[in-house]
Design a binder for this molecule. Structure first.
Ligand SMILES: NC(=O)c1ccc[n+]([C@@H]2O[C@H](COP(=O)([O-])OP(=O)(O)OC[C@H]3O[C@@H](n4cnc5c(N)ncnc54)[C@H](OP(=O)(O)O)[C@@H]3O)[C@@H](O)[C@H]2O)c1
Length: 285
């Protein structure tokens, strides 16, 4: 991984922080994409305290805003010669229905549309790598998900768990459809199940009952370090090159939900995502 440029979203805490730290330890040049400058600086200081020679930069940008994602990506394309690994790790949970300033339900915007848009915008940099990889952190929650095509915002039928599962199913459908559409593009794309991990994800943007449920549920979880293992493996293991379009768990491919075999849903989701992100040509310049 020496000097490979790896961008990790949501790198200030939980699974993303452990992924960033480990890739720094392996000698990669790590870009920590975070929405809070204060949290980003704290995360960077923790990494530097353990690995004083770590090569890492922080990028401050809120993934709930497509306008901000576009601006940040054009700055990245100007600043860095190429990108070897993009890890779409950031994710959020909202107990209550919440729209972004652009009128999109929060979990759909951050968990699905942001990875979809980010991957598109950073393709010019990924294309310059000899072994480009895109890793999106999904979840086994996707087995319980459905894409509510008539109302992806769930404006008429919102429940946090329904929105979360929908967004995580979209992560897997995106990964597989990208693989079908990529043509000769040598990008290895993967979706990941990190396991049940003891992080604070279920304590942010939550009502007290859901917060309590998460505190109990995560007792049975693994540490963030353990939860980061598959992301780190997919980013760094030479043998992963070319094993593309799969869903991974514990560093092995695993059967995704049967719902991901519905190709017309995959196409419909791709077109909907293109529309919601205002993209004309996903693989073009
Ligand atoms: N924990 C689990 O059991 C579990 C299981 C399956 C899948 N996952 C997935 O694993 C990924 C990492 O989650 P985690 O468990 O490690 O939780 P976490 O510690 O809360 O990490 C989530 C990260 O995403 C960032 N983020 C959220 N909204 C953002 C936004 N609008 N813009 C930029 N960054 C944003 C958070 O920043 P802030 O710190 O500023 O909020 C944080 O750095 C998520 O995709 C999650 O869905 C987790």
């Amino acid at each position: 991984m020496k000097d490979k440029i790896c961008l990790i979203t949501g790198a200030n805490s939980g699974i993303g922080f452990e992924t960033a730290k480990s890739l720094c330890a392996k000698g990669a040049h790590v870009l920590l994409w975070c929405r809070s400058e204060e949290k980003a600086k704290q995360a960077l200081a923790k990494i530097k305290a353990e690995y004083p020679d770590a090569k890492a930069d922080i990028i401050i940008s809120d993934l709930s805003s497509q306008k901000e994602i576009r601006k940040t990506c054009s700055e990245i394309l100007e600043k860095y010669t190429h990108l070897d690994v993009l890890i779409n790790n950031a994710g959020s949970w909202f107990s209550d229905f919440k729209l972004t300033p652009e009128g999109i339900e929060g979990q759909w915007a951050i968990n699905h549309l942001a990875p979809f848009l980010l991957t598109h915008l950073l393709l010019p940099a990924l294309k310059k790598s000899s072994d480009p990889r895109v890793i999106t952190v999904s979840s086994d929650s996707h087995y319980h998900g459905n894409i509510h095509f008539n109302d992806v915002n769930l404006a008429h039928n919102y429940h946090g768990i329904r929105a979360y599962a929908q967004s995580k199913l979209a992560n897997v459908l995106f990964t597989q459809e990208f693989e079908r559409r990529k043509g000769k593009l040598p990008v290895t794309i993967c979706a990941v199940q990190p396991g049940l991990v003891k992080t604070d994800i279920g304590l942010k943007n939550t009502i007290s009952f859901h917060g309590l449920m998460w505190k109990i549920r995560r007792l049975g979880g693994v540490s963030p370090k353990k939860g980061a293992e598959t992301s780190i493996y997919l980013a760094s293991e030479a043998g992963v090159k070319g094993i593309s379009g799969k869903y991974w768990d514990r560093c092995k491919p695993k059967q995704a939900s049967k719902k991901t075999e519905n190709l017309s849903d995959a196409i419909k989701l791709w077109e909907l995502s293109m529309d919601m992100c205002g993209i004309q040509n996903y693989f073009g310049q």
